[in-house]
Ligand binder design. Structure first.
Ligand SMILES: Cc1ncc(COP(=O)(O)O)c(C=O)c1O
Length: 438
């Protein structure tokens, strides 16, 4: 796939911006901080602590496997323990912009950029603020990642569910919803939120053909695609679909309708809280404006740790680490599916996950029973914890599904977990009819 040429038309996303985003003013102090880097400048601006008072002068990262060490000295730490810029560490941002060029074929043009956030979760929340006002309608891939549904509900958003299946989000359902939209009574939604790789909860990924159809739909109906790809690097498929970001220009002949979220949580550390936004420049600028007013910046310290590792790895080392991590989870997926094949066939069905950490089980429950009630009443005494499907349904429909995670459970316990889920289903039938299956 070639890179984006300078002359490709770039769509301006700002007409879709919310009213509330225009109310954020530049932070009085933060907006001056970049000027401190101007040669010869004497800055009396920031209330920065003096690094001479920082009690730590050195940190050492020891790498798993090789035992190699990355030493951060006092001059590194004078920045890493200090306030930084609201959009993130400039070198780290440049690193990720370079990554997006390599991985998604983005060009050198200034129409897009990256910024860093405290996890992708924070960035997703910020981007919703950029495009929506409380109460607005939003299109959400369903079953949906509850971390997003939670804040959308609290903001009074009206969620329009768009169904997904084993091939990802359904473009036909999306198109039908938008084509039949009662435009005289309410405008069409401005954003579609989707988790295209290894969806949380289903573990399924969207195909290239479907992404292309959804991109065409975004152009036709003028909405933004919020591509939350937290599991992008944990893809087990031999032929991986390109991202929306990579496909946009080839499908639509222009760019500017895709906002992409990456996360270091699943591949480097969840506790470092580092996520990456890749978006049209105006969107990134608005997100930074919100950050400088709310929580000032992502952590300088964890950004420095990540940057040191990424400098050490370079792109090839990083991508190699991602491949090995994906292989680690693919192996666990295979073991879990083998245990499910052995102990759960009678009592559940599933599609094998193509990426991520989850398997989405459809329990064969008696009519009228649902997984929430089952787990609530019998999960504890059966010694099994899993997430009931209703947690992933924005409209809280009762479901027979449960989400199980194979990321942490020991190999030895996988079979026992599947046996316990199986017994749970059997207990529901016993309760219903003294054991007789219909
Ligand atoms: C689909 C999805 N998006 C976003 C997140 C949040 O990731 P982060 O840790 O980068 O905030 C998660 C976390 O589990 C997730 O599953």
């Amino acid at each position: 796939m070639g890179s984006i040429a300078l002359e490709d038309p770039v769509v301006d996303p700002s007409p879709l911006f919310s009213s509330r985003v225009h109310r954020w003013e530049p932070g009085a102090i933060r907006s001056l901080l970049p000027l401190e880097a101007v040669p010869g400048m004497l800055s009396l601006v920031a209330g920065k602590p003096n690094p001479a008072t920082f009690p730590v002068t050195e940190m050492t990262l020891t790498l798993r496997g090789s035992n190699e060490k990355i030493v951060l000295d006092e001059s590194d730490l004078s920045q890493g323990l200090q306030y930084g810029l609201p959009g993130g560490n400039p070198e780290l941002i440049r690193w990720f912009e370079g990554l997006q060029r390599r991985v998604h074929g983005l060009g050198e043009d200034a129409s897009w950029s990256c910024c860093i956030g405290n996890g992708s979760q924070e960035l997703i929340h910020r981007v919703f603020q950029v495009f929506t006002d409380p109460g607005d309608l939003v299109l959400i891939e369903t079953p949906a990642y509850p971390g997003v549904v939670g804040f959308l509900r609290a903001d009074g958003h009206h969620i329009v569910e768009v169904p997904s299946d084993a091939h990802g989000l359904d473009p036909v359902a999306l198109e039908r919803t938008l084509a039949e939209w009662p435009v005289h009574s309410s405008p069409r939604p401005k954003v579609l939120y989707t988790t295209p790789t290894g969806s949380n909860p289903t573990g399924q990924s969207c195909t290239e053909a479907r992404k292309a159809a959804i991109l065409r739909c975004a152009k036709r109906f003028n909405f933004m695609i919020l591509e939350d790809d937290a599991y992008y690097f944990l893809n087990f498929e031999a032929k991986k679909a390109p991202s929306y970001l990579a496909l946009e220009r080839h499908v639509n002949g222009d760019t500017g309708r895709v906002v992409r979220f990456d996360s270091l949580s699943k591949i480097v550390s969840a506790g470092m809280r580092l996520g990456i936004l890749t978006a049209p420049l105006k969107v990134v600028q608005k997100v930074i404006r919100i950050t400088e007013n709310i929580n000032l910046q992502p952590s300088s310290t964890t950004q420095l740790l990540a940057l040191s590792l990424l400098r050490y790895w370079d792109y090839s080392g990083f991508l190699n680490h991602c491949t090995q991590t994906a292989e680690f989870y693919r192996h666990r997926r295979d073991l879990f599916v083998a245990a499910a094949d052995q102990y759960l066939q009678q009592n559940a069905s599933w599609e094998v996950s193509t990426a991520g950490m989850f398997l989405w089980l459809t329990l064969r429950l008696p009519p009228g029973r649902d997984s929430f009630e089952l787990l609530r009443r019998q999960g504890m005494e059966s010694g099994i914890l899993a997430i009931p499907g209703v947690a992933f349904m924005p409209k809280e429909q009762k479901m027979c599904q449960i989400r199980v995670s194979f990321s942490l459970i020991s190999e030895d316990n996988m079979a026992e977990a599947c046996r316990r889920i199986s017994r749970l289903v059997e207990s529901a039938w016993e309760e219903k009819s003294g054991g007789a299956r219909e």
